[in-house]
Write a protein of this length. Structure first.
Length: 251
């Protein structure tokens, strides 16, 4: 039973991973917006190539079948006025059920909503709700965040949302160059102190900015901003990401 429960949890994590690997290619510079993180991105100095909004929340400790999950999904779909691209993907087993809805908003923002319920060995259960949205422009980012908040809160309660911006630096970004980029970004967001480290291929720094609301709820210390880079040898390029309150786990 434990191995089956573990398999379900791994499936759940892999499911989110596959969707979070999708991104939108943008070929224009960042325009100022009412989300401060966009002002911070201007300090990177490379075009914005990726925008992602991600949320993941535990709803309850009950096991819900696909019929119950579908009711929640339908309510969210209606509140978002989501234009679906295909029938929902769903599955119902003895101790694992899920439903996924994929569609787009009026401004062509792709949205994926997934609900998953897992029953454990000791009569325990957990039900989760996740969402991923991919705005097509920096100008629609703040509006998309607001629409998600207004749609999810009445149905599942407050949904913690993380925003990630990404771009590509041609070639290998040195540790010193990455550090200077981080300092430039954090300076724009009025960060006083930061923590982190870097090596030859990867680096990550966390901080708190009074200009940005919220914080990383999974961290012992309050942070609401992260900057990271990762060199990809096969493409000879360095991926740069700026996120609030925290970077997704796959980066």
């Amino acid at each position: 039973m434990f191995h089956r429960f573990l398999r379900k949890m791994l499936f759940s994590l892999c499911f989110l991973f596959l969707f979070t690997m999708r991104y939108v290619d943008l070929t224009f510079s960042v325009a100022l917006n009412d989300l401060p993180i966009l002002v911070g991105w201007e300090g990177v100095g490379v075009p914005l190539a990726e925008i992602e909004i991600e949320g993941w929340k535990k709803l309850n400790t009950d096991f819900m079948n696909t019929t119950d999950l579908a009711k929640i999904a339908t309510s969210l779909e209606k509140r978002l006025k989501l234009k679906t691209v295909a029938p929902p993907l769903k599955g119902d087993e003895l101790d694992f059920s899920y439903i996924t809805v994929e569609g787009s908003l009026e401004d062509q923002v792709s949205v994926v909503i997934t609900l998953q319920s897992i029953r454990g060995d000791a009569a325990g259960a957990e039900t989760y709700c996740g969402v991923i949205a991919l705005p097509t422009s920096a100008e629609t980012l703040a509006e998309t965040v607001l629409r998600l908040e207004r749609a999810f809160t009445p149905v599942v309660g407050e949904m913690p949302l993380a925003v990630m911006l990404g771009g590509v630096w041609p070639g290998r970004l040195s540790t010193g160059e990455a550090y200077q980029l981080m300092k430039s970004v954090f300076h724009r967001l009025q960060v006083a102190d930061s923590i982190g480290s870097a090596d030859f291929d990867y680096g990550r720094w966390s901080a708190w900015s009074n200009l940005i609301g919220g914080h990383d709820r999974q961290s012992r210390s309050n942070i609401n901003l992260e900057f990271a880079y990762r060199y990809e040898a096969t493409e000879d390029q360095t991926r740069i990401a700026l996120a609030s309150p925290a970077l997704p786990g796959y980066f």
